[in-house]
Design a protein around this ligand. Sequence first.
Ligand code: AGP
Length: 624
Amino acid sequence: MCGIVGYIGFRQAADICIAGLRHLEYRGYDSAGIAVIAEDGQLDVRKVVGKLAVLGELLEQQPLIGSTSIGHTRWATHGKPSVQNSHPHLSCDGRIAVVHNGIIENYQELRTQLEAEGHTFISQTDTEVMPHLVEKYYEGDLRAAVCQAVADLQGAFAFGVICADNPGQMVAVRRFSPLVVGIGEGENYIASDMGAIRKETDKVYVIADDELALLMPDSIELTDLDLNPIQREVFVIPWPADAAEKAGHKHFMHKEIHEQPEAMHACLAGRLSDPDKSIVLEGLNMTEAEIKSLRKVVLTACGTAYNAGLVGRFIMENLARVPSEADLAAELRARDPVVLDNTLCIVISQSGETADTLVALRDMQEKGAKILSVLNVVDSSIARESDGVVYIQAGPEIGVASTKAYTLQILTLELIALHFAEVRGTASAEQLRELKAALLQMPEHARVLLEREEDVKAIAAKHYEKPNALYLGRGINLPSAMEGALKMKEISYIHAEGYSAGEMKHGPIALIEPSCFTMAIAVAGEVYDKMIGNIMEIKARSGPVIAVADDGDEQIPVTGVDAEADPDDVASQPNDMIWVPPVPELVSPITVAIPLQLLAYHMADMRGEHIDQPRNLAKTVTVE
Ligand code: AGP
């Protein structure tokens, strides 16, 4: 994820853009840049590697003067953080500047074609094809040239475009990546989200996919890509300017839970676009021969990333048919494992800086394993020591409790396992197609689940004062139970324990009583009937049950209900239900995770806890 802003009006633009970018740093902060149309009619550009403060310092020494400007803060996807790779990107003649959030999937072929037509590129980014395409089509009408350029693109984008020949114009256009147009008086704005411009205006147009905006100081024209006018209601931002950094959310954690649909799009873009096409994983750095000769996969991580690794182990064995195991990083090193040749160690980490995970990586590397990392932060310590890296594209995660990183770690591991299965021929064409189609549906499933937030909140209100909780799952959803319990314990301080439902009779059932709620993950699959049995055991001992089940399931709500029991006894009441869209069991941990994140969030909020900075915890544990 990156952040874009733009200003066109009568004031000096650079300071307004910098202020807007400061609210977008949560979207990316490895490099930043600004372009203005200067008074001499030239485009003037400043770009830096590093946080926005570095750009601010440069602008103090070398100010930008002009009233039409676009700015960008970057979260590297293609090409490492560098001045050349930072935005804005320019056309050959330096007259057109572009900022971009998203991923252009067909950039390689477009770049080859443009180079053959004489265009010169200076970066390794996908974005740089856009200013050259606009230059190719530009004949004096900037909006028309942008429409023609966009027609060549595949992928996700939100662009801001300015041209030195048209100082009184700015063009913005989007597909999948968010974009708003701010409405001022004699001045107008663009931004990746409302928070970036809330200090300037509370009136915006929310731009939809394949829509374009032509901004001038005194007017805004909204059209589709065929330039047919679009009528759009003005949206009045309901929250005050000082809530802008969290884009109106009460906590970063809540914002990041709600970013999952967009982040899932970013994670899939350029990798999986069609259920009938192969998966493309840039950065995997493994030949087909290596994939075919794999004898063992060891996944290792800490905390939430470890829970994602447990899911990864399940899908790797099930799909790629490679013997797999998942170890806590600290434990992997402690047991001094025997590493056979052709062993792949998959290292999972949001930050890429967790000390235990880095040490486990080095230990496995010394023992001869090939290292493939699944990371969020580009160019992090773990990235630099890995043989291959597949980035999850979640954008920066600020909240200490990891949410969007978890679902995107699983999504990325699903892509890797499916790719391995394709190469090794260990899954049928129909199974591959079904699972790819399910992954492509994930952003929409996430959106639907977030729309059901109030239902989860109502359940939280019933149970948030209970001191204990048991989270039960089986098979691929045992990690879901462990992750749901981790979320709950680390922000609400309720003692929640994730456990194999099959182990209930071997101890945990002793904990069941009215003050301990049980979360039972009972989505359709191999273990569904066994989960029915567990729920009955719990209800028979007057344990309150919250159950996760597929939309339309009629059995789970009434499982364990004893009509003879005292009406005040939970055994006589239906279970609290969390409904999820039905998906293939092998991808169900992604959909199950989102309501469990929301449940933990709302219980912690109702208990008045400091959700973004839970006691005793840090976002990144850089000590062993
Ligand atoms: C999860 O909510 C916690 N913040 C913590 O368990 C975290 O997942 C763990 O420290 C691993 O961090 P990493 O993914 O950055 O390596």
